[in-house]
Ligand binder design. Structure first.
Ligand SMILES: NC(=O)c1ccc[n+]([C@@H]2O[C@H](COP(=O)([O-])OP(=O)(O)OC[C@H]3O[C@@H](n4cnc5c(N)ncnc54)[C@H](O)[C@@H]3O)[C@@H](O)[C@H]2O)c1
Length: 248
């Protein structure tokens, strides 16, 4: 495949974990990457780590607000003139069984995981339609299929899949592709929030017998971000060791 040399890429929530690995993968492949996070020190450090090997800049904003999402897009457009690749990675989890889940836990997860992607896709879509080029990769989760204690998280990720499939239909004619990467259990700070015994029990449910790495997710994002990936549109790619197939 051709790659993405010289493309301008934005990766939300890239101060750590999967987003950081995606930013690094795209930068090492020749893209100019604007990292983003709501935690300033985190994203500053992540961009500095990439900088010796690739081209990386950063912009601090809360993309779960319309203002934060539009400021990020405005920054990239003003400074670099284009937005070629948008990776919507920022996300949170607030797990609790449905009958105990608060209104706030529901609303915050929907806002950060789903509304954020509406805000960024809308703002980036306007730029990409003018350019007649774009690669949108939205990070969902295998949990969009459903997960106990995850009514808010699963619903938000199911919304990401539906949003992305709709973008694929609306924007394909502008040579903008929209796809989903749906990770399974990936070893990141988010995953390490789980109690060790829960991590161990979950790892045993993965057909390949282990949790995945952020780099493995980043490789799938790079696949969709490629200049040559113009005929891949509206797809969901699971990176979950086979866990999406069923119980094991
Ligand atoms: N780790 C897993 O097992 C796993 C599995 C499936 C899906 N995912 C998804 O992958 C994505 C990344 O997960 P991770 O495990 O790397 O998480 P993480 O918590 O380790 O990192 C997420 C980053 O996003 C940032 N962020 C959160 N809200 C933000 C906002 N409003 N604006 C800007 N930045 C924000 C955080 O500050 C953090 O640096 C998420 O969408 C998550 O749902 C993770």
């Amino acid at each position: 495949m051709k790659g993405f040399e010289g493309r301008i890429a934005l990766v939300t929530g890239s101060g750590q974990g999967i987003g950081e690995a995606i930013a690094k993968r795209l930068a090492l492949g020749g893209a100019f990457v604007v990292l983003n996070d709501v935690v300033p020190q985190r994203v500053e450090d992540a961009a500095a780590k990439i900088a010796p090997e690739g081209r990386a800049d950063y912009f601090v904003s809360d993309i779960a607000t319309k203002e934060g999402a539009e400021k990020l897009m405005g920054y990239a457009r003003e400074k670099y003139g284009r937005v070629d690749i948008l990776v919507n990675n920022a996300g949170i989890a607030k797990d609790r069984y449905l009958t105990k889940m608060s209104d706030e836990e529901w609303e915050e997860v929907i806002r950060v995981n789903l509304s954020s992607q509406f805000f960024t896709c809308r703002a980036a879509g306007r730029i990409m339609m003018e350019q007649k080029y774009g690669r949108i990769i939205n990070i969902a989760s295998r949990a969009w299929l459903g997960g106990p204690g995850q009514a808010n998280y699963s619903a938000s990720k199911g919304g990401v899949v539906s949003l992305t499939r709709t973008l694929a239909l609306e924007m394909g004619k502008f040579q903008i592709t929209s796809n989903v990467v749906a990770p399974g259990l990936i070893d990141t700070p988010l995953y390490r929030q789980l109690k060790p015994e829960v991590q161990e029990r979950l790892a045993k449910t993965v057909p390949v017998g282990r949790v995945g790495t952020s780099e493995e997710v980043a490789d799938s994002v790079a696949f969709f971000a490629d200049d040559d990936a113009g005929y891949l549109n509206g797809q969901v790619l699971y990176v979950c060791g086979g866990r999406s197939v069923g119980s094991y």
